[in-house]
Write a protein that binds this ligand. Structure first.
Ligand SMILES: Cc1cc2nc3c(=O)[nH]c(=O)nc-3n(C[C@H](O)[C@H](O)[C@H](O)COP(=O)(O)OP(=O)(O)OC[C@H]3O[C@@H](n4cnc5c(N)ncnc54)[C@H](O)[C@@H]3O)c2cc1C
Length: 459
């Protein structure tokens, strides 16, 4: 009797390891992989050209990995999610598939697409099997004593850890090699405009980055805030497209701790991965966030800053060296250090009084790791409108942050070479004369005044 055929629909889970949809489909019979690139949808979601290029190459790497298991991957361009669903139905018929397997995505448009796909395919007589591969503990696994979703990170993290202790920590293995001869596979190419020297695409590259990072995990707590050194994993682009799973990351971390659970659960890097889980759960519980709503309905929205401030911020021409260096890092590499993301977000929102949503969209248009849940969570945290956001009076000073986290100006010098000759003291905020001489802009705001105004408006 011939084996049943199932389609695996890859989306932001571009890997063969620890991929529940792929693993369980392969247990049932023959697998055919499908990838659908919804071109217009990406535009409407502000996805960055560098992220699209990175995805393009990650899909190609995925095909190589799948082909080693004799699994074909057919990729197609479609316009939007509605067309994705139509195409999927057509392919399911064409391949005479029994079922379609996929891993859930949580932002609203994706969740609606998946509901529609499930409904349509089931109506046509196909089986639909859905899994959670982008999150470590399944959605809605934890809730407060009152049965409500968590809104504050620390108790969420405590509950997350308690739940995780009851779960297996091992990622899923690779599916077995199948008995299938691969013919022609449908393929396409789109832009490849990204820094592949920094982020070589694919699952193997992601695993290598993880291996490179783990020996440094012991210093993460001390080094993660210093932008001049490589103190963080830089795995975010891979996690965003699913070239590696969060579960794979933390299972390797536990191994690095030699299985010592006490040390593992106290690990600061684990905590950051739990922030990622927290923001995913937040968008699941609050679908309106995907419609650009603030999390806190009583948040003060006082964003009446001049657009010119936004324009200068977005070009890295604010006259505040740390902010400008950070924005140049984003424009040049498609990535920005977390400490700097917080600084530039608070600068734009609280000091320039520009709506955080403008910054959020700008980040998405430029980040290689653009991820709706984490980006929205980060922006709402900084603007004090979000779940467990910073208190309204927390406004990072771009000058003292620079002195504290880039004391010798190493990061600034690298990104703003015109300031290279300044002393370690002056580089954080050059004088009027120094700026004129070096061709560096004058500050676009008076920090003390702007801070005072923000506190008055937000209190
Ligand atoms: C305004 C703002 C916007 C952000 N936008 C994004 C975004 O679009 N995509 C994105 O992946 N992260 C975003 N972050 C979170 C964080 O800045 C990045 O995940 C981190 O800088 C990525 O670098 P890394 O991989 O070296 O992280 P590491 O420090 O090595 O952390 C490991 C992983 O944990 C997760 N993580 C770390 N910090 C956070 C956090 N604060 N929130 C959620 N997840 C976290 C990421 O997946 C990261 O790759 C944003 C933060 C802020 C303040």
């Amino acid at each position: 009797m011939s084996k049943e055929i199932n389609l695996v629909w890859f989306r932001n889970d571009l890997r063969v390891g620890d991929n529940p949809a792929l693993f369980y489909a392969a247990e049932q019979g023959t697998v055919i992989g499908i990838y659908l690139e919804a071109v217009q949808q990406r535009k409407s979601h502000d996805d960055a050209a560098c992220k699209i290029g990175f995805i393009n190459d990650t899909v190609k790497e995925l095909r190589k990995q799948l082909n080693q298991l004799n699994i074909p991957l057919h990729s197609f361009k479609v316009s939007d999610y509605a067309e994705s669903v139509e195409k999927l139905e057509q392919l399911a018929k064409q391949f005479n598939a029994k079922g379609i397997y996929f891993n859930n995505e949580y932002p609203l448009n994706e969740a609606n697409r998946d509901k529609l796909a499930e409904k349509r395919l089931v109506e046509k007589g196909f089986e639909v099997k859905r899994f959670d591969g982008d999150i470590i503990i399944p959605p809605n696994s934890v809730s407060t004593g009152q049965g409500e979703p968590y809104k504050v990170f620390t108790p969420y993290k405590k509950a997350w850890i308690a739940f995780h202790k009851t779960q297996g920590t091992s990622p899923l293995l690779l599916p077995e090699k199948q008995d299938l001869k691969i013919d022609k596979q449908n393929d396409f190419d789109f832009a490849q405009d990204y820094r592949d020297d920094l982020w070589p695409a694919g699952e193997q590259a992601a695993q290598e980055k993880l291996k490179e990072f783990l020996p440094k995990a012991g210093y993460y707590k001390e080094r993660r805030d210093i932008p001049a050194i490589k103190g963080t994993s830089m795995l975010s682009p891979y996690l965003a497209v699913g070239a590696i799973s969060a579960k794979q990351c933390i299972s390797s971390l536990l191994e690095w701790h030699d299985g010592d659970e006490e040390a593992f659960y106290k690990d600061t890097w684990l905590s950051e991965i739990i922030w990622r889980e927290f923001y995913r759960q937040i968008i699941i519980d609050n679908p309106d966030i995907s419609k650009h709503k603030v999390f806190k309905s009583d948040a003060k929205e006082v964003w009446n800053g001049e657009q010119e401030l936004f324009n200068l911020w977005s070009q890295g021409k604010t006259g505040f060296p740390l902010i400008d260096a950070a924005m140049r890092q984003l424009l040049q590499t498609g990535w920005m250090h977390n400490r700097l993301r917080m600084n530039v977000a608070m600068f734009l929102n609280k000091l320039c009084l520009i709506d955080w949503r403008q910054g959020e969209a700008f980040f998405m248009r430029h980040l290689i790791d653009g991820d709706f849940a984490s980006n929205n969570g980060g922006w709402q945290w900084c603007s004090s409108t979000g779940a467990d956001g910073a208190p309204y009076f927390r406004i990072m000073s771009p000058i003292t942050q620079s002195q504290r986290f880039d004391p010798e100006g190493k990061f600034i010098r690298k990104l703003i070479p015109e300031l290279e000759s300044l002393s370690d003291k002056d580089i954080h905020f050059p004088s009027r004369e120094q700026r004129e001489k070096l061709g560096y802009p004058q500050p676009i705001i008076d920090y003390k005044e702007a801070r005072k105004r923000a506190l008055e408006l937000l209190s």
